[in-house]
Design a protein around this ligand. Structure first.
Ligand SMILES: C=CC1=C(C)c2cc3[nH]c(cc4nc(cc5[nH]c(cc1n2)c(C)c5CCC(=O)O)C(CCC(=O)O)=C4C)c(C)c3C=C
Ligand SMILES: [Fe+2]
Ligand SMILES: [Fe+2]
Length: 351
């Protein structure tokens, strides 16, 4: 019989296995996305297929082997658990898709069609707290491109990034609070980095973002699309909840690729320098990710820890992502149940 309304949650995705050939296939799809490597097609193909795919898959496969679980990729396993927990709390069917790899967005849209012949509305929730063309935007574009598969008039509503959702910030703050941040010298909020050019590109005015150093502190309509602004704001909101002195908290950006200017400060450089600045006990939080993944489990928990301790740090604590936390699943289920396409989803419950 199916349902008239369904929700579609989408995360980034992982390779099908840690074999180099599967990692290569995944990286090909990921890096050939024009919203990730935003070069004209022939230049992107030359760079990705001609250079990056010759060496990166082997290196990335080794990294994936270090974090892989018996059930598969942590990001996918955790996303499925979150979906199942949220599903138990709402009558609205929740489908899970991945932007790259499997379950693909096209297959998931086909499944939605097959299982819901009287469908009228889909609520899309990209599982990213912040707006970036390489994360949130590419998910929305890919889902819109897949909508003709449904073949009739189905409305699509996209939930805005939730970096400023009071309820989400509370969950994140409570989670960090459980690990006693007051006992650490510093809390580093390490967000996934993006090229500075992407921040400029998503500024619809074309004249605010990154024009001045303090652009992100000045009110401007472009901030609905500004990744840098949204990450800095998230740090402030969480910090306000935790009531820590401002001097104990800082933001940085990890996982850069290539030689273009990326958002700074860089996480790896901060981890190297913090011990010489007197920070011996460090807590790291990765709030750009709703689920643990290669970037948190390998880059921060393994490589980052090693870097910090090697440079004179004494204690390193990485706070896990919200993953399939019961309250996070309940919040997701609540967003889906309360979904009203006539009301802006950002109206209620934000700062
Ligand atoms: C949180 C949102 C993310 C943004 C924004 C983002 C931008 C971005 N990423 C790359 C390149 C790579 N990212 C990789 C892994 C990866 N990235 C995110 C999230 C965002 N990326 C996640 C959740 C993951 C982990 C996936 C997993 O399976 O666990 C990788 C693959 C691994 C590797 O080879 O290092 C690449 C490559 C770029 C270039 C970019 C912005 C332009
Ligand atoms: Fe990434
Ligand atoms: Fe900005």
């Amino acid at each position: 019989m199916g349902s008239k309304r369904v929700a579609l949650i989408v995360n980034l995705g992982s390779p099908d296995s840690t074999e180099t050939k599967d990692v290569k296939k995944y990286l090909d799809e990921f890096l050939m996305d024009e919203r990730v490597i935003d070069l004209p097609y022939w230049k992107r193909a030359l760079l990705v297929k001609g250079i990056i795919l010759n060496f990166r898959p082997k290196k990335s496969a080794k990294a994936y082997q270090k974090i892989w679980w018996d059930e598969g990729s942590p990001l996918i396993v955790i996303s499925k658990r979150l979906q199942q927990k949220a599903q138990a709390l709402t009558d609205i069917p929740i489908y899970l898709g991945m932007r790259y790899g499997n379950p693909s967005i096209n297959d998931t849209i086909q499944k939605i069609k097959d299982e819901n012949p009287f469908l009228t509305e889909i609520l899309l929730i990209p599982l990213y707290p912040h707006y970036a063309m390489s994360s949130y935007e590419t998910v929305e574009v890919k889902v819109r491109e897949a909508m003709p598969i449904i073949g009739h008039d189905v409305a699509l509503t996209v939930m805005p990034p939730f970096y400023n959702s009071k309820a989400y910030i509370k969950l994140l703050s409570d989670k960090i609070g459980e690990h006693h941040p007051e006992n650490y010298d510093q809390i580093l909020f390490s967000y996934h980095g993006i090229p500075e050019r992407h921040v400029r590109k998503t500024d619809p005015s074309g004249e605010h973002c990154l024009v001045e150093d303090d652009c992100c502190e000045k009110e401007h309509p472009c901030q609905a699309f500004c990744y840098r602004h949204q990450t800095f704001k998230m740090t402030d909101f969480v910090n306000a909840n935790l009531q820590l002195p401002e001097s104990k908290v800082q933001s940085s950006f990890q996982s850069r690729l290539g030689n273009d200017p990326w958002l700074q400060p860089f996480t790896d450089k901060r981890l190297e320098s913090l011990p010489s600045e007197g920070v011996k006990k460090l807590m790291v939080v990765c709030p750009a990710f709703v689920s643990d993944c290669l970037e948190t489990l390998e880059e921060i928990e393994m490589e980052g820890r090693e870097e910090f301790l090697h440079n004179g740090g004494e204690e390193f604590k990485m706070v896990p992502c919200l993953n399939d936390d019961d309250e996070w699943a309940a919040l997701l289920a609540q967003w889906i149940t309360d979904f009203d396409p006539k009301k802006s989803l950002s109206e209620a419950n934000t700062f």
